[in-house]
Design a protein. Structure first.
Length: 260
């Protein structure tokens, strides 16, 4: 059956001259300024920064679940997606007959569930590392404590920033129309893994230096620049997908046996 969108107009993202909404990018920068204010004016510690950034990675993963559920395109995903999970073939194809407008598709639940499990394990392990960082870092005495109220404020700013980008870019600019569930599942990893490996490496260097405020400021500025760059690259991929003619090419995902 042909898609109900076969004669629909181009998506908003394909018609926009920008890769991302300027409002969403500005919100991301403002949210990243909260830890900077915490370091400069409220003596935030290195550990407080690590916890704030860990909570941010949780927000990124959480918001990716409805993105996967709404993904209905075949760009970067083909007309069919077959996955091997624990030795079993699972059909993770996009919706057969996607509708115009933003919808959550029950057929995308398996891949969203797999992502939630896999990313959730990654996030928990990351959290164990962050909360125990002062037990093995060189210069552990400089790691400091965690003002939970202030860190939760930073997490709230992150929710507003990423939630706003979800509403403005993914829904408002109709990025869901051109991304497949499989392609959307991989997006947070592209952004979070490189970003947080850089943060962790920087944290070891800052701890070894005694965690002076200047070093923490540099860490926040570098993280903000990396985050903004990752944001623009993510939405540049979305714009590229939207401008590319859809091709009925299948995609195969191999997932190793969890029991191995």
């Amino acid at each position: 059956m042909p898609s109900s969108r076969s004669s629909s107009p181009p998506s908003a993202v394909s018609e926009s001259p920008r890769v991302s909404s300027p409002v969403a990018l500005a919100a991301l920068v403002v949210a990243n300024l909260v830890p900077l204010v915490g370091v400069v004016w409220f003596d935030w510690s290195l550990k407080a920064l690590l916890v704030a950034y860990w909570l941010e990675s949780g927000v990124v993963g959480l918001l990716n679940v409805p993105k996967i559920l709404a993904a209905s395109g075949r760009g970067d995903g083909g007309s069919s997606i077959n996955a091997t999970i624990n030795g079993r073939q699972v059909d993770l194809s996009p919706p057969d007959d996607p509708r115009d407008g933003f919808h959550l598709y029950p057929s995308n639940v398996p891949i969203a569930g797999f992502f939630a499990m896999h990313y959730g394990i990654f996030w928990v392990v990351h959290g164990v590392f962050v909360w125990s960082f002062d037990s093995f870092a060189v210069g552990a005495g400089a790691v400091g404590g965690v003002p939970l109220g202030a860190v939760l404020l930073a997490a709230g700013a992150t929710v507003l920033s990423h939630g706003g980008s979800f509403a403005v870019n993914f829904v408002g600019r109709e990025e869901y129309r051109s991304v497949s569930p499989g392609a959307q599942m991989s997006e947070p990893y592209r952004r979070v893994i490189v970003l947080h490996l850089t943060i962790i490496l920087g944290a070891f260097l800052v701890a070894a230096s005694g965690a002076p405020a200047a070093a923490l400021v540099v860490m926040v500025v570098v993280k903000t620049a990396l985050d903004a760059g990752a944001h623009l690259r993510e939405h540049a991929r979305a714009k590229k997908r939207a401008n590319r003619p859809e091709e009925p090419v299948g995609e195969r995902i191999e997932v190793g046996d969890a029991s191995a």
